[in-house]
Design a binder for this molecule. Sequence first.
Ligand SMILES: [Ca+2]
Ligand SMILES: [Ca+2]
Length: 243
Amino acid sequence: MKKTTLSVALLALLAGGASADVYNDNTGNHLDGGDVHDFFYSQGFNHLDITSVEMTNDADFLYINISVDADIDAVNWGKYIVGFDTGRNAGDNSTDPGSWGRNVDWGRGITDFIGSWADDGGSAAGAELRSWDGGAWGLTDATYAAGTDIMASDAGHASGVQMLTVSLASLGLSVGDVLEFDIFTTGGGADPGIDHLSRDDYATDDWANQSVAGEFLSYTIVPAPGSVALMGLGGLVATRRRR
Ligand SMILES: [Ca+2]
Ligand SMILES: [Ca+2]
């Protein structure tokens, strides 16, 4: 009886280790209660309307899947931005994190920044990872550079998913750390965030007007599924040895 209970607990650990955190976002025209202002929505910019974000991690990487309400390749000029506050320094609330120049008030300092695009070579995906060292922004890695700390995939573009992968080491994160973040969609140049994950109302009403982030979301780095399974097995072995 005891053995059966342990096996069930182990299976639960194995199953639980692989699940992603899902952050749902409001959708649609603000005139209908959605979170994209009519100025943009009426122009058919559904590829900028975030529907949800999935986040998970393994031992080495954080995986971020940003879902929007359109085929990303059909209108492929969209930019998909992630701002992190890892807490490793005070961060920076610049409208110009590493030359990206987006017109956004984060409402706080951010320590790291992913600028990603869906139009690399016409249909692929690309991204830069930048970090604040306490005094200046620097380029950590990019898909056009080493591409080992930041990766982007267009595998989900037809279903509206921009897939990003960032190494935990580059963000200075390990198991148990809490990462605070916001994600927004934008266009080129000094455009504001059209839809922020942190807000269920619209963040701006015109290309020329600065967007303002809401309260940041949080994600806790979890043990990788493999290590959880090993921990479970270790507990099982220890229990048997004590008998
Ligand atoms: Ca949205
Ligand atoms: Ca939103």
